[in-house]
Design a protein around this ligand. Structure first.
Ligand code: FAD
Length: 536
């Protein structure tokens, strides 16, 4: 089988055009192919589809010889993910192992996919989740967005089945290295669990909140069908440690659950759990993360910026963008978690704080595009040397956002033109903010550190050079966007994945500092599960 990449065709090409381009490229009369990946290449005002194809031809060796200078025509690499079996030993075989049931704290992508692998290997894992099952959770979350007063600290955008990504754009791409081919495996599992098939071929696959909830439920049902358990409303509030080994977790209702081993896949927002683990002597290293605002433009404008005359073409869908601007402030501003045709959402998990993020449905059909407009901050900004200082830094910004928004979960917002001119906004312009329950027009200098404000301001004209129209005066900035990644990392052994100073304890996923995004968190869950299986 051959792999042919960078086969570029215009937006309105037909299947016959694609076949003809392939035959011409290979210099053959006949070939069978399947699409491995299709990317939209929208650079320098030109929009193309760029294909990677898997191709069967009659005389592979002759074609390869004839095209030996063409690095885009190669033998197709084997991208099979090799499942790890119990007791396989190998690199991860030094860990604690044990023979009891594994306990996994958290049912985000990390916990769920760790649970799926362990369940398929017959280990009957117990998954503990502080939030509710997806359906009940959705009612709490949408109720809070609509009404604004009934925030539930245990059932929100961060906590509950599926974790932080359940109410999201469901972007399923990542820049992590994937030598073991976990990502294609994950995407296939998601399709088997109800995700749209196009995620297998799109270069930037996305699934949307509506489809993601189905996938999450499906994975849970499989874990249970294999003898595992998924317990909602089960907040882990303490741990039992004996002689350098984590033996069990303690739930808020006092129940003690032994784990062999214990995986913590708690995400980046479980601040009370971080504090408890720190008190119990778990090591934490502070790490940088990013803060900023959500910026909203009309999606039609973004389509025009990226797709030019092809804007609105049904094959292209809503345009995504991505940018990074290096500034004289010696910081960079960059786009984070861009959601084409999406909504800005209230994403807090702590009372008295306002946090923004973005989500969309599979159709990406809302009027506005939004993205985090972020600046990296690090331990030098946190104002104290405590390992959890980054969390406190984050919390202070979120509290200021809550106060600036009127102390009722409305979010502070400003028009981009006013932000650049250094004056408070007093009313909406041509872009209607999508954040629910609502926004309060203000001056975001009340909320964000001066260094972040200065970097965002300097970045706008720089970004405008590559995305003309980005500096739209009526674009809406809503804050505060603070939950970009975990402000801490729990050090773990790079081979066994156990915590460096505590046996039987596996810190995993985004909260432990080893992932950022749905797919990378799920892949980290797989890595940890594989290490556990090798150690049995
Ligand atoms: P999480 O998903 O955060 O899951 C952790 C789980 O642990 C939670 O369910 C929590 O309730 C539970 N938990 C925490 N503490 C305890 C405890 N003490 N006891 C029991 N349970 C506990 N990423 C993308 O790749 N693409 C996107 O489009 C995207 N959009 C996003 C949109 C939004 C609104 C948000 C909030 C995030 C988005 N992300 C996106 C980021 C992505 O969701 C996270 O990177 C990912 O979910 C991290 O996975 P995780 O399993 O490590 O942690």
């Amino acid at each position: 089988m051959l792999q042919v990449s960078q086969l570029n065709l215009p937006v309105d090409h037909t299947d016959a055009d694609l076949r003809a381009a392939l035959l011409k490229r290979l210099g053959v009369k006949e070939a069978n192919y399947t699409v491995k990946q299709r990317a939209i290449d929208a650079r320098r005002g030109h929009v193309n589809f760029s294909y990677t194809l898997l191709v069967e031809v009659a005389d592979e060796a002759r074609v390869l010889k004839a095209l030996k200078e063409d690095t885009k025509v190669i033998l197709a690499p084997d991208e099979t993910y090799v499942e790890v079996k119990v007791g396989q030993g190998g690199q991860g075989g030094q860990a604690a192992g044990g023979q009891g049931r594994p306990v996994i704290v958290g049912t985000g992508p990390c916990g769920l996919f760790a649970g799926l692998l362990l369940a398929r290997a017959g280990l009957k894992p117990i998954l503990l989740e502080r939030g509710k099952a997806a359906g009940d959770r959705a009612r709490d979350v949408t109720g809070f967005w609509r009404r604004g007063w009934d925030f539930n600290p245990e059932s929100n955008v961060q906590y509950g089945e599926g974790g932080a990504g359940t109410f999201s754009d469901g972007k399923l791409y990542t820049q992590i290295r994937d030598r073991e081919h976990r990502i294609p495996w994950l995407l296939k599992e998601m399709v088997a669990a109800g995700a749209p098939e196009d995620i297998l071929i799109k270069a930037r696959p996305h699934i949307g909140t509506d489809r993601l909830i189905k996938v999450v439920r499906h994975v849970r049902e499989e874990i249970i069908s294999l003898g595992g358990e998924v317990r909602f409303g089960s907040r882990v509030s303490d741990v039992v440690i004996e002689n350098g080994v984590m033996r069990a977790v303690v739930l808020a209702d006092g129940a003690v659950i032994e784990g062999s081993p214990v995986v913590f896949a708690i995400g980046h927002s479980s601040r009370d759990t971080f504090a408890m683990l720190h008190e119990r002597g778990i090591p934490f290293d502070p790490k940088p993360f990013s803060v900023g605002v959500r910026i909203e433009h009309p999606q039609r404008l973004v389509d025009k910026m990226l797709f030019g005359k092809w804007a609105g073409h049904e094959r292209l869908g809503s345009a995504p963008y991505k940018f990074v601007a290096h500034c004289d402030t010696e910081r960079s501003a960059y786009s984070f978690c861009m959601c084409p045709g999406g909504l800005v959402v209230a994403a807090t998990s702590e009372p008295g704080t306002v946090v923004t993020n973005g989500m969309s449905s599979y159709a990406r059909a809302e009027a506005n595009a939004n993205a985090g407009f972020m600046v990296e901050v690090g331990p030098q900004d946190y104002g104290q040397a405590h390992p959890l200082a980054g969390i406190e830094f984050q919390r202070q910004i979120e509290r200021r956002a809550y106060e600036a928004g009127g102390s009722n979960y409305h979010a502070p917002a400003q028009l981009l033109g006013d932000f650049l001119a250094g004056r408070a906004s007093t009313s909406q312009g041509s872009v209607k903010p999508s954040y629910e329950p609502g926004v309060v027009w203000t001056d975001l200098r009340e909320v964000l550190p001066e260094s972040v404000i200065a970097t965002l301001k300097e970045a706008v004209p720089r970004i405008n050079k590559s995305l003309p129209g980005f500096d739209l005066e009526d674009a809406v900035l809503t804050g505060a966007e603070t939950r970009s990644s975990a402000p801490v990392r729990i050090p773990r052994d790079p081979v066994s994945y156990e915590c460096v100073s505590l046996k039987n304890f596996y810190p995993a996923g985004e909260g432990a500092g080893y992932a950022g995004g749905i797919i990378s968190a799920a892949a980290d869950g797989m890595r940890v599960a594989e290490a556990i299986l090798r150690a049995r």
